[in-house]
Design a protein around this ligand. Sequence first.
Ligand code: PEP
Length: 257
Amino acid sequence: MTAQRRPLVVGNWKMNGLRQDGVALAQALAEKAQQQPVAVEVAVCPPATLIADIGGALDKSVVEFGGQDCSPHDSGAHTGDIAAPMLADLGCRFVIVGHSERRSDHSETDSDVRAKATAAINAGLCAIVCVGESGAERDAGQTLDVVGDQISGSLPDGLRSTDVVVAYEPVWAIGTGRTPSAEDIAEVHAHIRTKLADISPDLAEAVRILYGGSVNAENAATILAIANVDGALVGGASLRADSFWTICSAAKADSDG
Ligand code: PEP
């Protein structure tokens, strides 16, 4: 049976934008969604300081929103951290966990990522779990092993397909303008699908696997047409409504295979 997974395009705004810029961008996306509807699911993950305002701007829109990280703890003495129930309380549907910038800037390990994903799921959020190899690991031919180990180490037990989205983001492709070849993306996505099948065949059929790393308005259609690519996680090109919406428009209604 061919799986039908509704593609998802997520904008990761990273640490960009003050309230005025963020609200203006969210309003522009809400307007695009109304005037140029797309068949795919669309979400943005603004900085934590903007989530409440973005939630207001997207209140009546199909564009969803989420956080960029969450604590593994639900509350307590964790100064500066943000708990998953707090994100859910603001109306978030998603939270990114294990982004390579968190893994490198904050030394997050697979088990940290797994704990964060567990907290997110327990709060009713969908965890966007990021994996991806460094340039050195790719050059050393270790990509599939590295990504496979990250999948095994970062995904919680007992998952339902709505609990997670996996984002394959080669570290060397993030913000560099470089992307892997279509064959390389297809190979890694197929490998992730196989790793998911080791957990459960149903999970492997239903979980969406996004590609992230220098997706832009020009390359989106080609990348989104690759087998097992069920959408994109977009950094830089999500900061402008036009380029982000072109990417969302390039995704077909159903991805299969
Ligand atoms: C990201 O950091 O999640 C990302 C995909 O960034 P960019 O699109 O800018 O490479």
